[in-house]
Design a protein around this ligand. Sequence first.
Ligand code: NDP
Length: 497
Amino acid sequence: MMLRSEIKAVEQMYINGSWVTAIGEATRKVVNPANNEVIAIVTEGDVEDAALAIKAARDAFDQGVWPDMHARDRANLLNKIADRLEERVAEFARLETLNCGKPLREAEYDITDAVNQFRYYAGLTTKPHGVTYDVPDQIQAMVVREPIGVVSQIIPWNYPIVMAAQKIAPAIAAGCTVVIKPAETTPLTLIRLFEIIDEVGCPPGVLNLVMGSGATVGHEMARSPLVDKVAFTGGTETGIKIMKTAAETIKKVGLELGGKSPNIVFADADFETAVDYALFGIFANQGQVCSAGSRLLLEESLVEKFIPEIVRRAKLIEVGPGLVETSEMGPLISERQMQRVLEYVEIGKAEGATLLCGGYRIMDNGLEHGNFVAPTIFGDTTPEMRIVQEEIFGPVLAIQTFRDEAEAIALANGTKYGLAGAVFTSDGAKAQRVIRKLRAGITWINAYHPTFNEAPWGGYKQSGIGRELGTYGFEEYLETKQINISLHTQPSGWFRN
Ligand code: NDP
């Protein structure tokens, strides 16, 4: 654990190529969710700081060296960031765990994933973009792709480094300039990433880091007319606010929002695999995953065997500080989030659902100072219950049951969300039929959670707008311009004189 004496001076923001403290000199304490002790003090920006960063990004996009840099230069920059980050995986992973609570092996996976994202987009930067058309009237018609401009990127606290890489890498590959804001609770790995960005010689103003609250700094990033696009990952309520604010200047908006994703298990599924992924689907990262399989849909004939087994296995999950090697599930990100989750447990009970396990804050074995909640499962739910409809964003699973394929599909699609979903069955045709009917952007057959940087990430319905990752995520940072070149220079003759 980090000792108070290890806390360095106030951690700064990175604006226009320099480390700076907030104009108002405010600070914020950052805590370790495993014991709520202070692990860092960071400078706390406000609207004026955000405005400075946005101006720097605007200037860097419109003038200076960046607009003249080629795809190869941008690819080099991304590769250098990837190389430096890869050298520091262990250090970044420890810091991510310290700040977010997630078990160390999950954090190690996250940092490696971020390295891969930088590499993937470095590769994509130099690949061909654009097309030509065979058109009449002695015209050569072509389409070129250009960077969208200045981009605001607002990221959440559940995957800080992954979310940062997922947004920064395609934006830089496209030639955009960036202002990025971490969640106020989890800025630490992003600050270290900016040390790397500083070391590799990124031109001033191209990548800027601002810290501060969503209501002030985040709002300005969505509002400023100098910004061309805002890319956001977080809760749906905040996404709605950002979209409304951005609408004033018709900004492009990318939203990666919440989910209440169905995990459908038919009676003919491989039992062990389905139980294993049902647990992984909801309890990985303490359930603080937008694509979590937070609704388990069981075929009725399976209920008697499946429920006792998943409850037994959930009770065996070792909950503890992420830095302890044996911990399989860590603390929730904040006391606020823990209270929110525990409130949902009370709502579930009051609605008449049966609490099958968990549902409480863990107050023994030295965990009483952290935000630890036991793996929680509810049975006997009905579709209209709030614990079935609303994103809880914690280790809470709601079980629903179905009689046949049609009912499974209807229940699966029966929320306002459409981010992810899975089906477990040994019938290949049935698996395809069900997946094709799911109104969701990220799906699995006989697995839950594995996704890859090559493939698009995003949701249907109120789970978001646009896609991240892969070539689809690159597209989101590009404008499209048609160029028509006359091959025969002469007047049009449209008007008589
Ligand atoms: P938010 O969605 O509010 O936070 C995500 C990011 O948005 C943070 O950087 C936050 O800043 C910023 N933000 C907040 N308000 C605004 C605003 N008005 N304008 C611009 N940016 C803003 O999540 P919360 O932490 O409040 O969590 C609430 C719920 O949201 C969770 O319980 C969960 O259900 C959902 N959530 C979903 C996530 C997902 O990936 N789907 C991720 C995180 C949360 P700041 O740090 O200052 O709040």
